[in-house]
Write a protein that binds this ligand. Structure first.
Ligand code: ADE
Length: 267
C-alpha cells in the first residue's frame, strides 16, 4: 500500500518510523511519503493561507500549493485537460462522497484522498477495514479555518475524495486525526500484524466493546481473577466473556446495540 501525507508540519509524522507501522515500512508492505505543503509555494514567506472571501475570522488555506502537491502525487492533470476537464465537475464518477456512502462496494480503483475535517463523516472501525484494503491513500491535513473548497472539487476530478472526522470535537489541524486513522487501519493491512487472530476479539470488531482481560497472578492486592477464567471450561469462558461484552456495551455505549439488546432485564 502507498500512503501520501500532505502537511505543513511533516515532522508530526516521524512517529510513523516506530512501532508496528515502522516495521511494515521497513519490510516494504507500506510505502509512506510525507510532503511539506510549503514546498509547493513560490513566495519568499512560503505562504499557504489567506483571508476568506466574504469576510470572517481566521484564515483559509490557498488552493495553489494544494493543487501543485496533489498534481505531483496523483499525476499531472493532462488526463482531465480540454473537453474532459470542462465536464469534469464533481458528480457522477468523480464526486465528493461521505464515508458511509463510500462503504458501498464499487469498482473504482482511483486513489482515495482523505481530508480530515470536523465537518466530515465519522471514521469508524468499518472505515479502517475499508482503508486497509486500498492500494493508494492520500491524506491532506488542513489547518486554520479550512481549505479552499475548490481543492476538494479539483481533486474529485481524478480521485475519490472523502472528508473524515475522528469525532465530535475540534482539533487545531488534521495531523493528529491522520495519525489516529493510520494507526487504526495500518494494523488491519494484511501482513502487518503477525497473528491476525489477535485482531478478532477486539472492541468494535463484532459491534461490541471488548471483555475485560486478566493475567497472572490469580490474586493481586485482594482482587481475584473471576473464578470462571480459572476453570479451564472453554464454553463457560466464552459465555462469560460474551456476557461481559454485552454488559459493558449496554452500560457505556448503548448506541452501538440494536434496540432489542439495549434493555437491562436479561437478554
Ligand atoms: N480537524 C479538526 N478537527 C478534526 C476532527 N475532529 N476530525 C478530523 N479532522 C479534524
Amino acid at each position: 500500500m502507498r500512503i501520501d501525507i500532505i502537511s505543513i508540519f511533516p515532522e508530526f509524522f516521524r512517529a510513523l518510523d516506530i512501532s508496528l507501522l515502522g516495521k511494515a515500512r521497513q519490510s516494504g508492505l507500506v510505502d509512506v511519503r510525507v510532503h511539506d505543503l510549503r514546498d509547493a509555494t513560490t513566495d519568499r514567506h512560503r505562504t499557504v493561507d489567506d483571508t476568506p472571501y466574504g469576510g470572517g475570522a481566521g484564515m483559509v488555506m490557498k488552493p495553489e500549493p494544494w493543487g501543485i502537491t496533489l498534481d505531483h502525487i496523483l499525476g499531472d492533470r493532462s488526463d482531465v485537460s480540454g473537453a474532459d476537464a470542462a465536464s469534469a465537475e464533481p458528480g457522477a464518477s468523480g464526486r465528493e462522497v461521505d464515508a458511509s456512502e463510500a462503504d458501498a462496494p464499487e469498482a473504482d480503483d482511483r486513489p482515495i484522498v482523505v481530508f480530515p475535517s470536523p465537518a466530515g463523516a465519522v471514521f469508524t472501525q468499518s472505515t479502517a477495514r475499508r482503508y486497509a484494503l486500498e492500494r493508494h491513500l492520500v491524506f491532506g491535513c488542513g489547518r486554520y479555518e479550512g481549505i479552499d473548497q475548490r481543492v476538494f472539487e479539483d481533486t474529485a476530478r481524478r480521485a475519490r475524495v472523502e472528508l473524515v472526522s475522528i469525532g465530535d470535537y475540534v482539533l487545531n489541524g488534521g495531523e493528529v486525526a491522520v495519525m489516529a486513522m493510520i494507526e487504526a487501519f495500518g494494523r488491519l493491512i494484511p501482513g502487518v500484524v503477525g497473528n491476525p487472530e489477535s485482531l478478532v476479539e477486539e472492541s468494535h470488531e463484532d459491534g461490541l466493546l471488548e471483555y475485560p482481560s486478566y493475567t497472572k497472578p490469580a490474586s493481586w492486592r485482594g482482587l481475584d481473577v473471576p473464578e470462571v477464567l480459572l476453570s479451564g471450561h472453554h464454553a463457560r469462558v466464552a459465555a462469560w466473556r460474551r456476557e461481559q461484552q454485552l454488559e459493558r456495551t449496554r452500560r457505556v455505549r448503548p448506541d452501538l446495540l440494536p434496540p432489542e439488546l439495549r434493555g437491562t432485564d436479561g437478554e
